[in-house]
Ligand binder design. Structure first.
Ligand SMILES: Cc1cc2nc3c(=O)[nH]c(=O)nc-3n(C[C@H](O)[C@H](O)[C@H](O)COP(=O)(O)OP(=O)(O)OC[C@H]3O[C@@H](n4cnc5c(N)ncnc54)[C@H](O)[C@@H]3O)c2cc1C
Length: 423
């Protein structure tokens, strides 16, 4: 890892598509740009694994430009854990703690999966939909394995395509939304986002032979110490199916922790930004999934505008128009695939909700809010610090998580004791 600079003009958190596009746009201003990420390589979620694994031409073009920019520095395996002073972030690295100061910050922290509890969801072999995608990109072999993919939204198809490419046998794709709802989504795509529809057609053609079921919901994962089978509901009939993996995802949740810590305005679970991607804090911008779930095109378009604006350059009308179009797609996704109320019924009284601290639903339902549940049960106080069960409890019980406390991630005592130097 390169030596961490004490100060940078523009700091970008996250090296996914939004962060890379922001760095590319800001680099042309010749100000110093630093990109931080807790992964070991650039790419974020969709381009996970680093440049040698990328097939998307947009990622390769961005990277070729960025590696020739002497004013852009990348720092990997670096977690932002706190904001001890104004324009200062405390970082934890494998080599220890350090800090960095900045004039302007662009938050491109992406999203994580929304995992909804159902009986058996914590069995080994059950993952999130994007989680399985990430494991495969990280080297997990699924060749010859029987894989069920369930939940809702287009990510299920992307995961199925990856599984198929890697020689996995897809035994079921269970889309929770009904045929009517999916038809409406496709008609909307045909009307306003034809490019997206054209991207989906070859994917659907490749998956034609798979068992793709609408209005189908996985009810339970079965197995003693490992997933062996699932039961799912289709046309009011419960069907049992043997499988080795179940990848189950009900959408994504923006990673809002740093934005909230820096008191950027957040509404409806997304960072509020203006036309230049500037947040309610004048020196902070945000781009990508953190401003609303919309996928790679929105992340690239917003990242570019944020990078230009943070480096005092102006986005063109065309760039603004492209970004606005991607925001419309994000709104369509949200409208079409938000989890329905019916999914709450999947969580039974004995179902674990907080898997880090082994807290079941029946221990939680007696509490009026997150704070009370946390104090009495330790729900949300384990390794993930409520990143998984917090969103699940918000969905199941309508609990809003209370104000955020540092550190953002579990950190070593040495990191917490670190005293940042003044710039
Ligand atoms: C598990 C998962 C798998 C996905 N797979 C696909 C897919 O296959 N195809 C697809 O089209 N879309 C996929 N998506 C959707 C994906 O969110 C977008 O397509 C795209 O990657 C969003 O880009 P982004 O730059 O906004 O965020 P991301 O790509 O998520 O990048 C954000 C980066 O910020 C880093 N970060 C966040 N907080 C911190 C912190 N405090 N300190 C240091 N680093 C931090 C993260 O590690 C990450 O590398 C997936 C999403 C998830 C959650």
């Amino acid at each position: 890892m390169k030596q961490i600079q004490q100060h940078t003009d523009i700091l970008i958190l996250g090296s996914g598509p939004a962060g890379l596009a922001a760095a590319d746009a800001a680099a042309s201003s010749e100000q110093s740009v630093t990109v931080l990420d807790d992964n070991f390589a650039p790419g974020g979620q969709i381009w996970r694994g680093g440049p040698t694994q990328w097939s998307d031409a947009r990622a390769k073009v961005l990277w070729q430009k960025l590696i020739t920019c002497t004013n852009v520095h990348f720092l990997y395996e670096v977690k932002v854990v706190a904001a001890p002073r104004i324009n200062t972030l405390l970082l934890e690295t494998p080599q220890g703690a350090c800090s960095i100061t900045y004039n302007r910050l662009i938050i491109c922290s992406g999203a994580r999966e929304l995992l909804l509890p159902f009986p058996g969801w914590t069995l080994p072999g059950v993952t999130g939909a994007g989680g399985l995608q990430a494991l495969i990109k990280g080297g997990l072999s699924v060749a010859g394995k029987r894989i069920a993919i369930a939940g809702t939204g287009p990510l299920l198809l992307a995961v199925a395509a990856t599984v198929q490419r890697q020689g996995g046998q897809i035994v079921l794709i269970a889309e929770h939304r009904s045929t009517m709802e999916l038809t409406r989504f496709i008609l909307n795509l045909a009307r306003s986002h034809r490019g997206k529809l054209m991207q989906a057609i070859p994917l659907l053609a490749r998956l034609w032979s798979c068992s793709y079921r609408h209005a189908t919901t996985v009810l339970q994962a079965h197995g003693d110490n490992q997933l062996q089978s699932i039961s799912y509901l289709q046309n009011e009939k419960t069907v049992q199916l043997d499988c080795d993996y179940l990848a189950c995802g009900y959408g994504l949740v923006p990673n809002l922790e740093l934005a909230k810590l820096l008191t950027c305005e957040v509404q409806n679970n997304r960072v509020v930004v203006n036309d230049n991607q500037q947040t309610s804090q004048a020196h902070i911008w945000a781009a990508g999934e953190v401003t609303g779930i919309g996928g790679v095109d929105k992340a690239l378009a917003e990242g570019r505008i944020a990078g230009l604006s943070a480096s005092h350059q102006t986005a063109s009308d065309k760039e603004q128009k492209t970004r606005n179009h991607t925001r419309q797609f994000a709104a369509l996704l949200e409208h079409s695939f938000a989890p329905t109320d019916a999914l709450r019924l999947l969580c039974q009284p004995t179902t674990l909700v907080c898997r880090c601290e082994d807290v079941g639903a029946q221990q939680l339902t007696i509490h009026p809010d997150w704070r009370s549940a946390k104090l009495a049960t330790r729900c949300g106080m384990g390794a993930c610090q409520g990143r998984i069960c917090g969103a699940a409890c918000e969905y199941l019980y309508g609990w809003q998580a209370p104000g955020l406390r540092e550190p953002l991630f579990p950190s070593t005592a040495a990191t917490l004791a670190y005293e940042p130097t003044c710039p």
